[in-house]
Design a protein around this ligand. Structure first.
Ligand SMILES: [Zn+2]
Length: 325
């Protein structure tokens, strides 16, 4: 009888070797990413912190650094020297002039003359300590709060984010609503702007141009759809009116008229309705089916039951119909 095969060192070692190499590669990548992030943060921090020469009662070179005042000159100085040179060394006997090693272009000479005027008669007083000023607080004092808030400078507000991302719905449906909020759906108006083939009229009503807002809120077909869908849960009073021309505005208004679990359920139902309408529109265009209001309302009702069984928070609180579905 042949002996059972046992793992030999020749079989084990290459596997371990590969594993070690893989781990090493991962750690190198992590270290590289972390190192890069730290360098970026350090650079940003240095830009936000200004050193002030206290005794002269004015910021270092009128509140600006050399990179702001003489960028072309700074390029002509070796980076290693820039890193190591202190203010005291540079100003002592105007030795900063000797640091200029690059080509003397017109821009470098202009910057040099400008800087020379600013630094002429500039003297440091070694007995007086410098003061550091934090740009993001009125007092100039650094605080963790002001540093945290500075991360959000330049950020933009995206109003419907909470309704989209905090609503129970499959991710593909929420992503679709995110595209709707950014007007990134391939409706006829967007296709036309790019010279692509597009339907001449709205495929659901065949009366008006197709835009995402028309398709989801102001189309005659759509308004009836929302009325019948919301009537299934007794919220038909919130269905869009002819004056509603923006889907986001209507959603915000309808959602704001409810609260608690009803609001959560309504938000899920609106996501579901919008997704159902979009799919129905696509079937009309790509499969040539005829718009069918009864069919799409029934489909949305069945989908609502499925979402409810899948654990949609709030939808169960909407399942008691006040009217026939
Ligand atoms: Zn229409």
């Amino acid at each position: 009888m042949a002996p059972s095969p046992t793992p030999s060192s020749a079989c084990v070692l290459p596997s371990e070797g590969r594993q070690k190499k893989r781990l090493k590669r991962h750690f190198c990548f992590l270290f590289y990413s972390l190192n890069k992030a730290l360098k970026t943060f350090s650079k940003l921090f240095n830009q936000l912190l200004v050193s002030k020469i206290h005794n002269l009662n004015k910021s270092w070179i009128h509140g600006q650094c050399i990179a702001d005042l003489a960028p072309r000159l700074l390029e002509a100085i070796p980076k290693r020297r820039v890193k190591r040179r202190t203010f005291q060394e540079a100003l002592n006997g105007c030795s900063w002039v000797l640091d200029i090693k690059g080509a003397r272009t017109v821009g470098v000479i202009v910057d040099f003359l400008h800087l020379w005027d600013l630094l002429y008669n500039f003297e440091l007083e070694p007995d007086v300590e410098d003061v550091h000023i934090w740009r993001f607080s009125a007092s100039g004092q650094y605080s963790a709060k002001s540093a945290y808030e500075s991360f959000f400078l330049g950020s933009t507000q995206f109003g419907p984010y909470e309704r989209i991302w905090n609503t129970w719905a499959p991710p593909k449906c929420r992503f679709f609503l995110w595209l709707v909020a950014h007007n990134r759906c391939w409706t006829a108006d967007r296709l036309a702007r790019r010279g692509l083939p597009h339907p001449e009229q709205c495929p659901l009503c065949d009366q008006e141009d197709e835009t995402i807002n028309h398709l989801l809120v102001s189309c005659v077909f759509t308004r009836q759809f929302w009325y019948f869908l919301l009537r299934q849960v007794g919220l038909h009073s919130l269905s869009p009116q002819p004056s509603d021309t923006s889907f986001d505005s209507w959603w915000e208004k309808a959602s704001g008229a409810t609260s608690g679990l009803i609001q959560k359920g309504l938000n899920s139902l609106i996501v579901l309705g919008a997704w159902t309408l979009w799919n129905h529109r696509n079937r009309c265009i790509f499969y040539g089916i005829t718009p069918n209001l009864g069919g799409v309302v029934t489909l949305a009702g069945e989908e609502r039951q499925s979402w409810n069984l899948a654990g949609a928070k709030g939808l169960s609180s909407l399942t008691t119909p006040l009217f026939g579905g």
